[in-house]
Design a protein around this ligand. Structure first.
Ligand code: ASP
Length: 318
């Protein structure tokens, strides 16, 4: 049946009314004067300490998140992030990172090699370019032009682990080689920001990029509602736009943990109730409520608030 343009416009206007009512969501009173930092995994503890020190100086959530993420990036014992990160199948350490601030601005780098602090390069992309994302050789050239030093990120230990893996070439999933550092921060003004950085899936195909540098997948910040970040199997996080989904669910009134669980439910359902991989989310709502959930096994997050920095265990949903 044909529809005249005028009728069509009328229908669309009515059609729009319902979603806008549905998505008007909750009014969230901002949490002021109670800064907090929420990070993934055990390496979140030293990351939180560094971020906390930055907040104590009265600096922004973005400054704190970046400072936090730089700690595991520089630590050769964090074998899933930055220097000392496990390489791809050819033995190259390739890094993904992103940042997002309280104004909704974002920057990211993917498939970056030989630069120790991808999170800071991502911040430079956000602040000093008109772009959001730089990848590979272009990202490396940009980093060098910005004064970042080039270095070999493959340590003797991660090289030895790669050589051992090469003999058997068993496919590994990210949960075996923990894991991305994501740092979410709410500063004294109640503003939110986040950073995310990883060497990704150990022994991945050369050129593989995960969720961590993808805004909306590995990280999302909406200063009206909250922020969320992911760790785990990046491919599945990308396919469900995970962190964006967690924030949008909070906008619709879901509690932070329920929002993380509902986002994971989509993945669990797609995999017939029993995925054989891990994904975990962390989230801060604008009022200072935090949440987290993971698909299976356990996950740990580090929370710093009220001067206490502690690791918490989350039990898997299935
Ligand atoms: N999400 C990361 C990736 O897929 C890995 C992880 O967090 O374990 O690259």
């Amino acid at each position: 049946m044909g529809m005249k343009r005028r009728d069509f416009l009328k229908t669309s206007a009515v059609g729009l009314a319902a979603p806008s009512a549905l998505f008007s969501g909750v009014t969230i009173e901002p949490n002021m004067n109670d800064p907090l930092i929420l990070s993934t995994w055990e390496h979140g503890l030293p990351a939180n300490d560094a971020a906390w020190a930055v907040l104590q100086k009265g600096r922004s959530a973005m400054d704190a998140a970046e400072a936090g993420a730089r700690v595991p990036e520089a630590d050769p014992k964090s074998t899933s992030v930055g220097f000392g990160g496990l390489p791809d199948e050819l033995g190259n350490v390739t890094l993904d990172a992103c940042v997002m601030d309280s104004t909704g601005n974002a920057g990211s780098v993917a498939f970056l090699q030989n630069i120790k602090h991808p999170v800071s390069v991502a911040r430079k992309v956000m602040e000093d370019t008109k772009h959001v994302m730089l990848v590979g050789e272009g990202a490396r050239q940009f980093a060098l032009a910005q004064g970042f030093e080039e270095m070999n990120l493959l340590t003797d230990e991660s090289k030895a682990a790669w050589e051992k893996w090469k003999k058997k070439r068993r496919e590994m999933t990210p949960h075996e080689t923990h894991d991305t550092i994501s740092v979410l921060v709410q500063d004294k003004k109640g503003d939110l920001a986040g950073a995310c950085t990883t060497s990704g899936w150990a022994y991945k195909l050369h050129g593989r990029v995960g969720d961590s540098p993808i805004i909306g997948a590995g990280l999302f910040v909406d200063n009206e509602i909250g922020c969320a970040a992911a760790t785990g199997l990046g491919e599945e996080v990308i396919k469900t736009t995970g962190s964006f989904l967690v924030v949008e669910l909070m906008r619709q009134g879901y509690e932070p943990t329920a929002a993380c669980e509902e986002a994971l439910n989509r993945v669990i359902k797609k995999h017939k109730g029993n995925p054989d991989f891990q994904i975990a989310y962390i989230a801060i709502r604008k009022d200072g409520e935090i949440g987290s959930a993971c698909i299976k096994w356990t996950f740990e997050y580090a929370l710093a608030r009220d001067g206490v920095n502690k690791l918490y265990k989350v039990k898997g949903m299935i």
